[in-house]
Design a protein around this ligand. Structure first.
Ligand code: NAD
Length: 286
């Protein structure tokens, strides 16, 4: 039987989550996605209306299928955690069972188990503020949406990930080098995510022989990145200064994810893998 993957953080065809879904589908996996509740309607209707058909094309010309789209808000673990104003919000009221625990229960009821878990989501409400001007609330919100969300997903999925499976997240070099503009505690959130990758690799490895890695990706003009505001500058900077002077294609991150999730990577766990045209290795811009 082919493998089954759950990819959290797909709401259009521009981001890394979509590219990873496509590469995994190309490699023969069955694809389930988790879509942020407020983005659910537009994503599903765009899918239905064929808006993504061009980017759904696999090498043989067929279109890859998403077996099921689950509404998800990864900042809430259980229904008890959801505040009244969110429950009442009309963008949330139309969807059901979108807390992490409920999504995993639904996946279990629908499919039984998965083999691959991908976390491709981040959010920092104060990302455009300097770290030194970030509020406690904004900082904790960045960590909740971008770091703890991964712990929560892995914790709840672990019982239904088949032994030998793999888990992946997406990180950014602002965790270890100064990237002015990536503020609001987002740099801290990525540092936590990378550290957690090591500890979770140990725990999931010993428990179920599941591998846990994170991809440190170069800049991509996704919806989330455009919202931060400096993505075009980062893409230009990378093009000018990286060892390989070319645009970074989301597919290159997708293909790395497919490799890391496959038996070809059977001894790789707890790692931060750079997919950035080598920019991380530079000491100065030239
Ligand atoms: P994207 O917009 O395609 O993906 C982010 C997704 O997160 C969106 O679909 C959004 O709806 C979802 N999301 C936000 N809050 C959520 C929540 N509470 N619950 C569920 N989903 C939620 O953008 P992307 O840039 O491809 O981001 C994917 C990952 O890649 C993120 O972890 C990001 O930090 C990382 N990354 C991006 C870049 C880049 O330059 N774009 C570089 C390195 C790492």
């Amino acid at each position: 039987r082919g493998k089954r993957a759950f990819i959290a953080g797909v709401a259009d065809d521009n981001g890394y989550g979509w590219a990873i879904a496509k590469s995994l589908a190309q490699a023969g996996a069955e694809i389930l996605v988790g879509t942020w509740v407020p983005a659910l309607n537009i994503f599903e209707s765009s899918l239905r209306r064929g808006k993504f058909d061009e980017s759904r094309k696999l090498q043989d010309g067929s279109l890859f299928e998403i077996a099921k789209v689950y509404p998800l808000d990864a900042v809430y673990d259980t229904p008890e955690d959801v505040p009244e104003d969110v429950k009442a919000n009309k963008r949330y009221a139309g969807a059901k069972n979108w807390t992490v625990k409920e999504v995993v229960e639904s996946v279990k009821n629908d499919f039984g188990t998965i083999d691959i878990l991908v976390h491709s989501l981040a959010n920092g409400p104060e990302v455009s503020k300097l770290l030194s001007e970030t509020s406690r609330k904004g900082y904790l919100a960045a960590l909740s949406a971008s770091s703890y969300s991964y712990i929560s997903l892995l914790k709840h999925f672990l019982p239904i990930i088949n032994p030998g499976g793999a888990s992946l997240s997406l990180t950014y070099i602002a965790s270890e080098r100064i990237i002015p503009g990536y503020g609001g505690g987002m740099s801290s959130a990525k540092a936590a995510l990378e550290s957690d990758t090591r500890v979770l690799a140990f725990e999931a490895g010993r428990k179920k022989r599941i591998r846990v890695n994170t991809i440190s990706a170069g800049p991509l003009g996704s919806r989330a990145a455009k919202a931060i505001g400096f993505i075009d500058t980062m893409i230009d900077y990378s093009y000018t200064n990286a060892p390989i002077q070319k645009e970074l294609n989301a597919e290159e991150v997708g293909n790395t994810a497919a490799f890391l999730a496959s038996p070809l990577a059977s001894a790789i766990t707890g790692a931060v893998i750079y997919v950035d045209n080598g920019l991380n290795a530079m000491g100065v811009g030239v």
